[in-house]
Design a protein around this ligand. Sequence first.
Ligand SMILES: Nc1ncnc2c1ncn2[C@@H]1O[C@H](COP(=O)(O)OP(=O)(O)OP(=O)(O)O)[C@@H](O)[C@H]1O
Length: 349
Amino acid sequence: MLNRLRRWFCPDLGIDLGTANTLVAVHGAGIVVDEPSVVALERGKRQILGRGAAVGRLARQMLGRTPDSITAVRPLKDGVITDFELCEEMLQYFIRKALRQSTGLRPRVVIAVPGGITPVEKRAVFNSAERAGAGRIYLIQESKAASIGAGLPISEPLASMVCDIGGGTTEVAILSLGDIVVSKSIRVAGDEMDEAIVESMRKRFSLRIGTQTAEQIKIQIGSAYPLEEELTMEVRGLDTISGIPRRATVTSEEIREALRKPIEAILESVKHVIEQCDPELVADLSDTGLVLTGGGALLRRLDLLMREQLGVPVRVAEDPLTTVARGTAICLEHLDHWRHSLDSETSDV
Ligand SMILES: Nc1ncnc2c1ncn2[C@@H]1O[C@H](COP(=O)(O)OP(=O)(O)OP(=O)(O)O)[C@@H](O)[C@H]1O
């Protein structure tokens, strides 16, 4: 009763602290924060602009287009915190936004983290969350949160497989009886795809573009497998020889070729996980298949390529960008069931 009252005043928060986006989910209210993981600073200073409000969407608009006096920074890279102070301020901003009104109480939070993070990186997440105002803090592996969010029957004695392709990391796991049986986390995901497009534009078209433009190209015409109708897009950039702005028309075939390496790396990690798994569980996969989550799952026809290469059914989760955050919220809802398998720490509540 006391707990329920406490939660009414200060709801528990599920957080997908991502390289590209941070999402906060509240039980009963769904996703209440969905913003890019970016902060804007005055160049040479450590203070976030707008008295700490230039965070998320507002800061992202500044990324790559900032006047010389302003710089926009992402506090995470490859799924882990690279700037502790800024990450803490960003988290604080998002937690406040999610709670709407301050009661002085510290919320319980479940934070999704990549499977491959080191103890030092884990500590950084605990510390940032604690200083950002969290009470008891639980860490859950992203692949597990993704499986829960995608509604996979992971508590059953049956293999479920998930591949979460985010901005900084790809998390692949086979789960059964509530836990991860085999997993792999690689630091190749959406950001690496954007870099591959930047590189290809430079080599093929002698055109310099930023990663923001590369991401737009990926989203607009990117694909992993031939399309029924191939697409084109006009891209603006700087001619690497003359140094003046120029346009070029790029095709989806060219972008597919540019994305070949990162996609191959992701496919290899999925194959590796399948190879490591017990044959009995692998047999289940021909029925249960693989579920793709994370923003990278939205790449056109990635499911088709994977199905062809892996020989198991592959489907994209519903609303893949929010699957991990929804998984953390479900986990909070059934904390007694999941608690034993989570890392946890508490600050003075
Ligand atoms: N339609 C799309 N096609 C391809 N990629 C997409 C699409 N929409 C978003 N993305 C990519 O998805 C990535 C962001 O996904 P997501 O929000 O799941 O990652 P994250 O949780 O922030 O990262 P991580 O889990 O690595 O910390 C970005 O690289 C973005 O470019």
